[in-house]
Design a binder for this molecule. Structure first.
Ligand SMILES: [Zn+2]
Length: 302
């Protein structure tokens, strides 16, 4: 895949090298605020108490909705290696992919009479703060609708290669495009419609809605690839195969089998290997939003 010498996005924050010092639930506000309170008086004291309350509120909101590229259903522990040094090539690659996605979706939204607001991208290692808690690399890359941000620990790409057998730069581009697909869904109001059903429908029914949302993100990743190829001619031989191989490697059935579990369709949240690859390809061939309606089809026809 060709990606050098193109625009890089400015909506990228590289937090690699930063470490979370304490706790798993965000910054320790008491440790910061209390010593200041002891010394403060009058109005300053009130302002500090106000700041503490706001901070507690902000960091206690539970992360109700995160949209990852892999399901968390299996729950098996994974070892996460913290990379030794930031890889500038990786930042350049991800920033370029981010810019490509922004260019493609800005144009598509414009053609549909809409305005595309770019998401943010946070590149981190191991753990980092996010609204409502801590992003953990073990969750895999994900999109957080609350702050319209994609979180990626690039070590996931090593894991994709070594553990899931899904190497290649275009496999990485597919993962990125899938997450930005979630941002597109959020901008179109689709994410909220699904998340509003949580608790109102059975867990099985909610899982099915999740599969519909995730397969649509795969479709949108394909739509991105279609238009990016027209705009940048960035595909090389084998690139599409890398994306298909990756989509299959992170299918729910593949992941359950790999974890030594029984394949349980009711627990699927992202779709099977075959479905994920098919919806990516469908988007790549169609290149439009119209054919990506994964919500109207009967579930067994997805
Ligand atoms: Zn996803």
């Amino acid at each position: 895949m060709k990606w050098k010498n193109r625009r890089r996005s400015s909506h990228v924050e590289d937090r690699r090298g930063q470490r979370l010092s304490s706790g798993r639930r965000g910054p320790n506000m008491a440790g910061v605020i209390l010593p200041l309170l002891m010394r403060a008086s009058g109005r300053t004291k009130l302002m500090l108490i106000g700041a503490a309350l706001v901070a507690m509120f902000v960091f206690n909101i539970s992360p109700q909705s995160m949209l990852g590229v892999v399901g968390g259903g299996s729950g098996q522990p994974t070892t996460t290696q913290v990379s030794s040094a930031p890889n500038d090539e990786m930042a350049a690659f991800l920033s370029t992919m981010k810019a490509d996605n922004e260019d493609v979706w800005t144009a598509i939204f414009q053609q549909n009479g809409k305005h595309f607001q770019p998401s943010q991208l946070v590149i981190y290692n191991d753990k980092t703060v996010m609204p409502g808690g801590v992003a953990d690399a073990r969750m895999g890359p994900f999109y957080m609708p609350a702050n319209q941000t994609v979180y990626i620990d690039p070590n996931f790409f090593n894991e994709m290669k070594e553990r899931f057998g899904a190497p290649g730069d275009f496999a990485q581009a597919y993962v990125m495009a899938h997450e930005i697909g979630h941002h597109v869904q959020h901008q179109l109001g689709l994410t909220d419609r699904v998340h509003q059903q949580r608790g109102k429908v059975s867990q099985e029914e909610y899982n099915r809605l999740s599969v519909r949302l995730e397969l649509q993100a795969d479709y949108l990743a394909g739509v991105f690839a279609h238009h990016a190829e027209q705009q940048f001619e960035f595909l090389e031989t084998g690139d599409i195969d890398e994306a298909i191989n990756c989509a299959q490697a992170i299918g729910d059935d593949t992941l359950q089998r790999q974890a030594g579990q029984k394949v349980m369709p009711d627990s699927f949240t992202h779709g099977t290997a075959q479905q994920r690859a098919r919806w990516f390809m469908k988007g790549f061939q169609a290149g439009n939003l119209a054919e990506g309606d994964t919500f109207s089809l009967p579930y067994h026809e997805l």
